[in-house]
Design a protein around this ligand. Structure first.
Ligand code: SAH
Ligand code: SF4
Length: 410
């Protein structure tokens, strides 16, 4: 059987690093992020015979996503001549890590510079790794900045710089795997606490910067590759997509991506939620909860996580706790109380510990286990809602690698 491939048009999904920022070989297509069919189309474009396309695309797939290859020279089951052709036409190098910070609690944060692609600006993205004794969670971003303006979120103070491509979303996982020795046969670093588990990265959460359901196609493609058994092989049950409540896209997230869902609830009355999570004005609580009730695949074994940030004197009363429990009745749910993580300039404060405990008690008594999420990586501004891209502050000449001196002369 042969795959029907449309090779007559160029592949719009194979981004190329813009030549201006990438030097002479800037026109090489980026392969990370492409589907099998897209890889085959790229291969056809460099003259790989039709009858070999499927096999070659599968080989590339396994090297890139299964093994984490960043150099065609490593692809030992591909003839040398073809490897040379591939290297001339395509790019599988990782985007650059600009900074790596390690918190006193072992949390790691990487600042990754995504080059300019397809006319879109370069962008700095933050990715956070949180090791626990039995698991390692990678928190990835789907956009740089956010179009939404949740009042307690640092990212919400930044305009949307741009959507991330599927390759850029995946690159965050791939870079973390590089740094944590988490590819098959890899060696774990000795200076990094990693869990006593088979995998350093056992879970992936789309809880970094951005609203994943406003970048649906790229998030979908990236998560399907991340969960592919011959790809990055992270089980869909260990991938969680967090949304502020883009109701019309929730059903598609379930049916087309099939990952676990988390909802940034944060308030139990429309009036307050309109203020904290302004998308609520468009999609109020009733509609949001209805979308949760009918989320494809939801069951007691696949519960929806409801995130609730504890804001002092705002949403943390016992009446709020009781209403929360009442609202979620009948929905297979987990509740995650998140102590508010402060950021420079915020007007909010985190609820007192006793208040959080009293709130958690009500939630506990209703049958929800261990609802309070321990803040991690606060000292390196890596905790929930503290991420904010530096890219809006980095002038373009710096990203081109020029020095300030040259720039001043120009
Ligand atoms: N945009 C998506 C996913 C990213 S935010 C969303 O809103 O769901 C990940 C979680 O962190 C969300 O529940 C968000 O509301 C929460 N959050 C944002 N700012 C926070 C802060 N300063 N302290 C604690 N949690 C915060
Ligand atoms: Fe955007 Fe989520 Fe922050 Fe709201 S909480 S501004 S949706 S990143």
């Amino acid at each position: 059987m042969t795959t029907a491939l449309d090779i007559s048009r160029g592949n719009p999904n194979a981004p190329r690093i813009d030549t201006a920022s990438a030097g002479e070989d800037g026109a090489r297509a980026l392969l990370a992020g492409l589907t099998r069919a897209e890889l085959a189309r790229e291969l056809a474009g460099i003259g790989v015979p039709e009858r070999q396309l499927r096999m070659r695309a599968n080989q590339l797939w396994r090297w890139i996503y299964g093994r984490g290859a960043t150099d065609f020279a490593d692809m030992t089951d591909i003839a040398k001549g073809l490897r040379g052709d591939l290297a001339a036409a395509f790019d599988i190098a990782r985007p650059q890590i600009v900074a790596e910070q390690v918190s006193t609690d072992g949390t790691r944060k990487w600042l990754i510079r995504m080059p300019a692609v397809g006319g879109q600006a370069p962008a700095d993205v933050e990715t956070v790794y949180i090791p626990e004794h039995d698991r390692g969670t990678l928190c990835i971003s789907s956009q740089v900045g956010c179009t939404l303006t949740c009042t307690f979120c640092h990212t919400g103070t930044q305009k949307l710089v741009r959507n991330l491509t599927a390759g850029e979303i995946l690159a965050q996982i791939m870079i973390a795997r590089d740094r944590l020795g988490d590819w098959p046969g890899g060696t774990r670093p000795t200076d990094a606490p990693v869990p006593d588990a088979e995998r350093a990265i056992s879970n992936v959460v789309l809880m970094g910067m951005g609203e994943p359901l406003y970048n649906f196609d790229n998030v979908k493609q990236a998560m399907l590759i991340a969960s592919d058994g011959e790809g990055l092989s992270v089980s869909k049950r260990r991938i969680t997509l967090s949304t502020s409540g883009v109701v019309p896209m929730i059903e598609r997230a379930g049916s087309e991506i099939g990952v676990m869902l988390a909802i940034s609830l944060h308030a139990v009355r429309d009036e307050l939620r309109n203020e904290l999570v302004p998308i609520n004005r468009k999609y109020p609580l009733r509609d949001l909860l209805e979308a949760c009730r009918t989320y494809p695949g939801v069951s007691n074994a696949r519960r929806i996580t409801f995130e609730y940030v504890m804001l002092k004197g705002v949403n943390d009363s016992l009446a709020d706790a009781k209403e929360l429990v009442r609202l979620l009745k009948g929905i297979p749910a987990k509740i995650n109380l998140i102590p508010f993580n402060p950021w420079p300039g915020t007007a909010y404060a985190c609820s007192d510990w006793e208040t959080i405990e009293a709130f958690a008690d009500v939630v506990n008594r209703a049958g929800y286990a261990s609802p309070v999420r321990t803040p991690r990586g606060r000292d390196i501004m890596a905790a929930c809602g503290q991420l904010k891209s530096a890219s809006e502050r980095i002038p373009a000449w710096k990203l081109r690698g020029e020095t300030g001196h040259e720039h001043a002369k120009a």
